[in-house]
Write a protein that binds this ligand. Structure first.
Ligand code: COI
Length: 493
């Protein structure tokens, strides 16, 4: 049993550094050590430190070395468990400053259990291959518990999860997810597209739901491993890709409302074609003013399940009126009433023209809009085109109506990982009036047929105009690696 003064010291010192270790679990860990009193006393000197290694932040301790002020020692005591083990072996004598630490996700710990039953790959037909309906043979999973932290990770045959019926995600929606894609270019190489942005957004979503933090670099390395293992599932055809769906859920079986003490992160893969069966053919949106998707202070900018489930009813209603999705517009009378938001599955862009000048507008990242990776990429590409003013600004629906009435509404399109760039040809209002935006499919096809890199070049004076087509071609060139860019991350061995 740890001496009472040492218990008091520990209770005072660790909590600032180790939010995931409860006082009790830390004290219990140290109880098992013969030399714990001495270690506890040394911890109180505050030499505990953070290592900013290329693999992310890790906790450890500093070891006094003759001739050097201090050198970093972490390898032996990289996890709370290993530390306790070391203490049990009497090594605490040699440890000037050490504290149990929760472990993080580590690619080096990844275990691969291959499936014996590999499924047949689907036919690449844009209609037959429904988005998100076919899954590959394996999944990645990692578990987390308050105290020890992350354990695993492992790649296992795809299988149902076993969850306690009181798991928090099932009752309180404590779950967030990501959508990213792997592409196989004509050179047969595998590439991810700006995956660091997905890791960052997953981390932000998790933090908002008090789900555990994780090492973004290490998780990404594990995801790359999963994609490499499933490389034969990555379609080698433009317009097709392997959709990657990481999800992080609170699994603690507890009906009280409090941050989860257990969680699970898993990643599944699904070969996909176009999100909308219509492909690059335009869709119609229903202008939804009665249902609010996001409001200031809410979670509209996080990829949490709770943002999506309530959008299915309006989506169903819009489908009955011949629309593929809805466009959320804040109700008149509310603060911000009349402002355009997003569609729920896509960010939305409007191209207006005024006195011969084009302006591409999308609502700003003000907390109501999901910070889409494709959104950010389209903004950057369009800014690079040079001849279009690109604005992230608030836009009222009546501004769009007025632009349509005066012939200044040139294009509308949605963006998202799943749908890439989706032309929109109509906005149907509740009173059945409709704004129609002509979609020039020939002009779009002209740009889609451009050789790699050529969509970036300034258009010739005789070329037809299709921002949607030009952006789609440019995006494909980057995603499939036809044009080198730091956004495209090759993941071959
Ligand atoms: C994505 O674009 O990746 C999404 O998560 C949208 C989802 C509704 C399919």
């Amino acid at each position: 049993m740890l001496h009472r003064p040492a218990r008091r010291l520990l209770a005072r010192t660790h909590v600032l550094h180790y939010p995931f270790w409860s006082n009790e679990s830390l004290l219990n860990a140290f109880d098992s050590s013969a030399s714990a009193t001495r270690v506890a006393a040394r911890i109180s000197t505050g030499a505990l430190d953070r290592d900013h290694s290329p693999n992310g932040d890790r906790m450890g301790y500093h070891w006094p070395t003759p001739g050097k002020e201090k050198s970093w020692r972490q390898q032996t005591y990289s996890t709370g468990f290993r530390k306790v083990e070391a203490l049990q072996q009497g090594m605490a004598e040699m440890v000037p400053h050490a504290v149990p630490m929760p472990s993080d996700i580590r690619h080096a710990d990844l275990v691969v259990n291959r499936s014996d039953h590999l499924k047949a790959k689907p036919r690449l037909d844009p209609i037959e291959l429904k988005f998100g309906a076919v899954y590959t043979d394996h999944m990645l999973q990692v578990s987390w518990k308050e105290g020890p932290g992350w354990t695993g990770p492992s790649i296992d045959p795809l299988a149902p999860l076993t969850l306690h019926p009181c798991a928090q995600v099932l009752h309180y929606g404590s779950g967030c997810f990501e959508g990213m894609k792997a592409y196989k270019g004509k050179d047969q190489r595998l590439r991810l597209f700006r995956p660091d942005m997905n890791m960052e957004r997953l981390s932000q979503s998790a933090a908002r739901l008090t789900l555990p933090e994780f090492d973004k670099v290490e998780l990404l390395e594990c995801i790359k491993e999963l994609v490499r293992l499933e490389r034969d599932w990555v379609p080698a055809e433009e317009g097709f890709s392997l959709y990657i769906r990481p999800a992080l859920i609170g699994t603690h079986p507890f009906l009280g409302l409090s941050p989860t003490r257990e969680a699970m992160l898993f990643v599944v893969l699904s070969p996909v074609g176009p999100y909308f069966p219509s492909g690059l053919k335009p869709v119609k949106l229903f202008v939804e003013t009665e249902v609010v998707r996001a409001y200031p202070g809410g979670v509209g900018d996080k990829k949490v399940g709770g943002n999506y489930a309530p959008t299915m009813l309006p989506q169903l209603r819009s489908a009955h009126r011949g629309c593929a999705q809805v466009l959320y517009v804040l109700q008149d009378g509310l603060p911000g009433g009349g402002l355009v938001g997003e569609s729920g599955a896509m960010n939305v862009f409007f191209l207006l023209q005024e006195n011969g000048m084009m302006e591409l507008i999308t609502p700003p990242l003000d907390g109501l809009i999901l910070p889409g990776v494709t959104r950010d990429t389209v903004l950057a590409i369009a800014r690079g085109f040079g001849n279009i003013k690109v604005s992230e600004r608030n836009l009222r629906f009546d501004e769009i109506e007025h632009a349509a009435e005066t012939g200044r509404l040139v294009e509308i399109f949605g963006t998202g990982t799943a749908c890439a760039v989706q032309p929109i040809t109509g906005l149907l209002k509740n009173d059945n009036t409709e704004i129609t935006i002509p979609f020039d499919s020939e002009a779009a096809a002209h740009w889609l047929a451009k050789p790699p890199g050529m969509a970036l070049a300034q258009p010739g004076s005789n070329e037809p105009f299709s921002l949607c087509g030009r952006l789609t071609r440019t995006l494909i060139d980057f995603q499939y690696g036809y044009v080198e860019s730091p956004w495209s991350v090759p993941i071959d061995p």
